[in-house]
Design a protein around this ligand. Sequence first.
Ligand SMILES: Cc1cc2nc3c(=O)[nH]c(=O)nc-3n(C[C@H](O)[C@H](O)[C@H](O)COP(=O)(O)OP(=O)(O)OC[C@H]3O[C@@H](n4cnc5c(N)ncnc54)[C@H](O)[C@@H]3O)c2cc1C
Length: 471
Amino acid sequence: MKVLIIGAGPAGLSCGYELTKAGIGVEIYEASPYVGGMARSFDLWGQRVDMGPHRFFSREKHINEFFTTLVKDDYTLVNRLTRIYYRNRFFHYPIKLFNVLLNLPPFTILSILWEYLRIRLFPYKNPTTFEEWVSNRFGRKLFEIFFKHYSEKLWGISTSKIDADWAAQRIKSLSLWEAVISAIFGNKGDKHKTLLDQFAYPNNGTGTLYERAAEYITAHGGKVTLQNPVKKVIQDAGGRVNGIELKDGTIVLADRVVSTMPLTLMVKGLKDVPADVISAAEKLYFRNTILVYLEVDSMDLFKDNWIYVHSPEVKHGRITNFRNWSKELNRDKKTTILCMEFWAFDHDEIWKDKDENIAGLAMKEIHIMKLVPPQTKILNTFVLRVPRCYPVYETGYQVNLKKVENYLDTVENLIPIGRYGAFKYNNQDHSILMGILAADKITQGLDTDLWKINTDVEYQEEARIKDVLIQ
Ligand SMILES: Cc1cc2nc3c(=O)[nH]c(=O)nc-3n(C[C@H](O)[C@H](O)[C@H](O)COP(=O)(O)OP(=O)(O)OC[C@H]3O[C@@H](n4cnc5c(N)ncnc54)[C@H](O)[C@@H]3O)c2cc1C
């Protein structure tokens, strides 16, 4: 059997790795010159960086085995420090009660408590939007301070238009009460992902995982070709998928195709797709990210791994400090690399603006926040655009996605997976799980519903990197 995989990101490579282990011939076609997709690591100014912060965490045994088998003990357990910056003040994330009390004026605190009590008594009956869902959990005031501005920067639409799915996936069942209990008594139960404060990080960057998966595949007879974009998936006369067409026109035939290319583009390339499915796919859209890297002439700027920037007066939404991940990343350099994230749609001015203007804006904002003292030099800047980074969960998106999913379920020999491949707001662990389960589907003929990953808590098993390694 020969399987073609479109894309060498976490989903494509974990699938390729599992298939190669099972003795199945795999060919991976990757558009870019790199493996790792959005989770790749790369050299910059003599140091190593990721594409923004990449914390790996999973409770699922197979995902952790994938990590531990490839990374071995070449990782650091990082104590996470993440804060929220809001109107010139820093708040711990997850929220720490005393920190909130010290940072907010008494009137605001009373308003938080009042709004919390109010929503407990009169909650939104069927919360369908992000705004309603979060307000039900935390009260309206906390929602405004800790969720609204950041989410609107990220998604570019009002929180009243963002689907509750996003909150349900990311915040799980964490409530204000639990956040408060955790703030007072610590997080010994380790119950919710959002509260975890330690994670395993490959010493040479998160991309190590994917570089090693690609090495394994090629060392065991598989093929990973870079700079080889796929134009479309091809089908035989009966509609069954039987290969791919590369951008240069080459046809490659196979028994199965696993696709992690953007779902919206992939569907359009198929033949005889009903008009209502095309129209549903056209209504699904993505948000882009602009990463601005700054090399700062200092080794001691702040201790956070990353900071969420909720303040509406600056445009960026998150800053990563790569000095605070593993020692190896910095390679004995005496400077610090920061990465600031701006989000945009294709039509937004900032997306079309010149690199030097975007870097200028980033430097201005980092000074407004006083994270880099005015006398400290910024030695270098680098702007990286990441298109189609976030599938936008605008209210009602499930109806369109479901239509596309139902149609693709009728196309034989095709398995769409991945963050933009399946239009799911995946972290690495979700994409890896999709890859592993896609491989199981092929090798064991299973009927697993891969669309459910990242929407269904049943996949979250109890196992942690640390537990797997220590036993
Ligand atoms: C700024 C940022 C911060 C993040 N933080 C975290 C974090 O803290 N923790 C975490 O776990 N995850 C994080 N993520 C998410 C993580 O990067 C993704 O979940 C993961 O990379 C998704 O893997 P994937 O294989 O599904 O998709 P991708 O990584 O997007 O890989 C898809 C691959 O397919 C290739 N491709 C696309 N079209 C074609 C084509 N036509 N032909 C051939 N190849 C094609 C692409 O070039 C890409 O390499 C973050 C992402 C970003 C951008």
